[in-house]
Write a protein that binds this ligand. Structure first.
Ligand code: ADP
Ligand code: MG
Ligand code: MG
Length: 875
């Protein structure tokens, strides 16, 4: 088995085998850039070593020896030669960039004898002993696990003794003395001597790199970034070049473009007379690369050339590490540079203009989730502020406002035009009106898919959830955090993009859509096949969605129209009605309001489809909670209050108790309500048809579609469809208009997906309600799963992703694919789409594209992101 490759034997494509660093060193070597020669031990060798419990696979060290001989020939020096020693660096490099693994060891190959050889040869004892003390220090730290602080203290003492500020000012004798001190430290801390045999040094270093794959830091990093545990790391052994030989040497890091703005300019830092990590270690202040333009124009020109060459090769902005050895430039690393969202957008567009990449590639360069941050207000990055606490970044955007604990009060103040932040332990559907009125929401409990998070994201409202450091006292209307008390009315700032909470008003900056971003969206629109619709329940939302480019409404939830304070009483009367007459009277009141709502939305979306879902949630969501009523009735009983009120409340309590269900989400809701209370759906259908008729008479192109939720059996749908058609015929007779509209269903329980072929006989479209479909496919209660066990599943990597955030392609997705195939077999022109949280999630959108859906529907604020994601999915 081949375990080791010389740099000129690989290429940039060998990332998995050689690791990212090794593959890029090979690539740079291949295209003739100045890279010190060396070789890479493969990730396969690492895996074999780890699998064998820490034993090198057969042949590994022999191959290392062979490659070392080749390296010796190329450099003209010998490893371990006391006169002209070959020195190498040992560097780790996994297939994906992974800080947290073993640090690099430089100057390997030196020992007590060779250091004198090097000093003689170069005539520079300071340099030679500087290299040696660095070797012992790094080797001691990473291989022998000597506490790094001990070396630092010794260095500090040496600087003081000599009265200098910087290490490179230490004279040779002092460095020589330091070497002895360092060796003593190693002996004390590691219980062994610093190994004098260079081959032993090399072997131990290789082991240390392999072992570092499983150190705690690396494991945690992989868990957070969802990196598989079985990739292994490569080891790069490379001839040293020296940035620490004097003022015409140095080391630097550089981006080929500005990583924060995207501007096309070299960006980075350079430190003369320094080695390795000195630049980033913050010991001496490095100079901005830009200054080299005057100070070392020749070097600057070379860097510019290298930048261009690398960008041409990789067709992306690069992050480069380099060293200058007595005036000669050497490249030691290149990789795609990390960048801000704004820079990503600008660079992608610029590179298309420069002819480096095509439009499709440009789309792939911009991460929709990252770009989402550009679309909301942000905490001014220039503001120097310390957060009070850190919660989950539940819904992006920043908001400033006065703390309010009561949703009713939030609503009142909001209506008066005051900026408030609603602070609750968690939120429920009863709090919606408060969330609507607030600038943002802050909760101390709940995760990324808690009620508050979902609702806030749907509204594009900033939210920080699960901020556990907050101790909220609703009775006293205050919360404590970081040893401070915040009362009702105190101003705070929340940043839903990062989860931070601040005291007082922190300056915010407005989002702006740069011309480059608009350009990118245009390219996405040209590339995508999926249509992008919005979930919108009000004319305002509909208009906003349209501005963002929504091509219709994929989900208009009618229950939100039942929630407002003017409506709730009528809704409650309808639910509590004893007789059919009572119920119809209440419904008649609601019908007027519903029709107005529909007219508003259909008009705002004139010419585009509006899919209206008939009433879905269980009825008790419209009534006071059982707990609240019990408390109220008990209090009235004890206080002996108004008997009429008591009787009324007792009656309500009885009703609420009767409506109570053990599993409301699996209970009396959706089409089941429509079947047991046919008047409700009939009222809604009538309102839709009448609204349509009114608008069409005014010349407005209203295009409603009616969607029945939670169907599990084709006969449920057939039953309801028949009644809706009857209402249509009535309204057609009333108005003399043809009001035929598409009638379809949500697919949100497994049985519906499994019998999609039958259901398509009655449905003209399917909309996958993937929130419920995920809930019912996994058998996870969405409201409970996250708090109780889902985070544990994610931590243990039992599930790779939260399936309520990113669609589970293997399970839920399989049901979708099956339903699409069988539905279209029955009805070739069946329209299929998805609504719900997943419709705005880029990974889920990519799935929808693959599954052949016609559209995705998401909250208005995700429409831009969905357009981008749909474009990316198509390239
Ligand atoms: P990291 O992954 O932490 O960036 P590297 O392996 O890139 O670690 O090494 C860090 C630094 O060490 C490099 O940027 C470079 O300055 C220095 N270095 C590594 N190998 C060599 C070498 N062969 N010659 C000179 N300096 C080197
Ligand atoms: Mg590096
Ligand atoms: Mg549903």
């Amino acid at each position: 088995r081949r375990w080791v490759y010389f740099f000129d034997e690989g290429s940039g494509a060998d990332r998995n085998l050689l690791g990212g660093k090794g593959a890029n060193l090979a690539e740079m070597t291949r295209i003739g850039l100045p890279v010190p020669p060396g070789f890479t031990i493969t990730t396969e060798a690492c895996k074999a070593y780890l699998a064998a419990g820490g034993r090198f696979p057969a042949g590994l060290m022999e191959q290392v020896e062979q490659q070392l001989e080749r390296l010796e020939r190329e450099i003209g020096r010998r490893f371990g030669d006391p006169g002209r020693p070959l020195l190498v660096s040992v560097r780790s490099g996994a297939p994906v960039s992974m800080p947290g693994m073993m640090d690099t060891i430089l100057n390997l190959g030196l020992n007590d004898e060779a250091v004198r050889g090097l000093a003689r040869e170069t005539g520079d004892a300071r340099f030679a002993f500087d290299c040696y003390r660095r070797l012992i220090q790094m080797f001691g730290d990473v291989v022998l696990r000597v506490p790094a602080g001990r070396f630092e203290h010794a260095l500090e003492a040496a600087r003081q003794r000599r009265g200098v500020r910087f290490d490179h000012e230490l004279p040779a004798e002092e460095l020589e003395r330091l070497v002895e001190t360092f060796k003593g430290i190693v002996r004390e801390e590691a219980g062994r001597d610093f190994p004098q045999d260079p081959r032993e040094q090399l072997e131990l270093a290789i082991r240390a790199v392999f072992d570092s794959w499983n150190n705690e830091r690396a494991k945690v990093y992989r868990r957070i970034h969802k990196i598989p545990d079985d990739l292994g790391t490569g080891v790069n052994v490379q001839a040293m070049v020296f940035g620490n030989t004097g003022p015409d040497s140095g080391t630097g890091v550089m981006f080929t473009r500005n990583p924060s703005t995207g501007a096309r300019e070299l960006y980075g830092e350079y430190l003369p007379n320094a080695q390795g990590e000195d630049v980033v270690a913050g010991i001496r202040t490095p100079e901005p690369i830009a200054r080299l333009k005057e100070e070392q124009p020749e070097l600057y020109r070379q860097l510019e050339q290298v930048a261009q060459r690398l960008e041409r090769q990789y067709r992306d902005m690069q992050d480069i590490e380099f060293t200058v050895d007595r005036g000669r430039l050497f490249l030691l690393q290149t990789r795609s540079g990390k960048r801000t969202a704004a820079a990503a957008v600008r660079i992608a567009c610029d590179m298309v203009r420069e002819g480096l990449i095509d439009r499709e590639t440009a789309l792939l360069r911009v991460d929709p989730d990252q770009v989402a941050r550009l679309l909301h207000k942000q905490v001014d990055p220039a503001a120097d502020v310390e957060p009070l606490a850190q919660g989950l970044p539940a819904s992006p955007g920043a908001a400033v406002g006065a703390v309010v604990f009561d949703p009713d009060e939030a609503e009142r103040l909001g209506r008066e035009g005051q900026a408030v932040i609603l602070v609750r332990p968690e939120t429920t559907p009863d709090d919606i009106h408060g969330i609507v009125a607030a600038q943002g929401v802050l909760t101390s409990r709940g995760g990324m898919t808690s009620h508050a998070a979902v609702v806030a994201r749907g509204m594009g409202k900033p939210a920080v959830c699960g901020c556990e450091a907050l101790r909220i006292d609703l009775e006293r209307e205050e919360f404590q955090v970081a040893g401070r008390v915040f009362r009702k009315g105190d101003v705070i700032t929340i940043d839903g993009a990062t989860g931070r909470v601040f005291a007082g008003e922190v300056p915010l900056v407005e989002p702006e859509l740069s011309p480059e971003f608009r350009q990118l969206l245009e390219w996405a629109d040209q590339a995508r096949r999926l249509r992008v619709l919005a979930n919108a329940d009000t004319p305002d939302d509909a208009r906003r969605a349209r501005e963002f480019g929504a091509e219709g409404i994929g989900l208009c939830r009618t229950e939100h129209m039942f929630m407002g304070p003017e409506r709730l009483p009528a809704v409650q009367r309808m639910i509590l009605a004893e007789t059919r007459e009572e119920r119809e009277a209440a419904l008649a009141e609601l019908a007027v309001m519903q029709q107005r709502d529909f007219e508003g939305i259909l008009e705002a979306m004139a010419g585009l489809p509006v899919t209206i879902r008939l009433l879905d949630p269980p009825l008790h969501e419209f009534l006071p909670s059982l707990e609240e009523l019990v408390v109220e009735v008990t209090r009235l009983e004890l206080e002996g209050g108004d008997p009429a009120r008591l009787a009324e409340r007792r009656e309500l309590l009885r009703k609420v108790r009767a409506l109570r269900e053990a599993n409301p989400m699996l209970g009396h809701r959706g089409c089941r309500l429509g079947i047991t209370f046919p008047e409700v759906y009939a009222m809604q259908a009538r309102a839709i048809f009448r609204a349509t008729a009114n608008l069409r008479r005014r010349g407005v192109d209203a295009r409603p579609e009616i969607m029945i939720p939670l169907v599990a059996h084709v006969r449920e749908l057939a039953f309801l469809r028949e009644r809706i058609e009857a209402v249509r015929r009535e309204v057609e007779a009333e108005t003399g208009l043809d009001l035929e509209v598409r009638i379809g269903t949500m697919i949100e329980v497994p049985r519906a997906a499994l019998t999609a072929g039958e259901i398509a006989q009655v449905a003209e479209f399917f909309s996958f309600g993937t929130n419920d479909l995920t809930q019912t496919t996994f058998g996870f209660s969405r409201d409970d799963a996250e708090g109780k066990f889902l985070h544990h599943y994610l931590a243990e990597k039992i599930l790779p992703e939260n399936p309520f955030v990113s669609l589970d392609a293997a399970g839920v997705g399989r049901l979708i694919e099956l339903a699409v195939a069988e539905g279209r077999r029955t009805r070739p022109d069946l329209k299929v789409g998805i609504c719900g949280e997943h419709g705005g999630d880029p990974a889920s959108i990519a799935f929808c594209h693959r599954a052949g859906l016609d559209y995705v529907s998401c909250s208005p604020f995700r429409v831009l992101i969905a357009r981008l994601a749909a474009g990316r999915a198509a390239v």
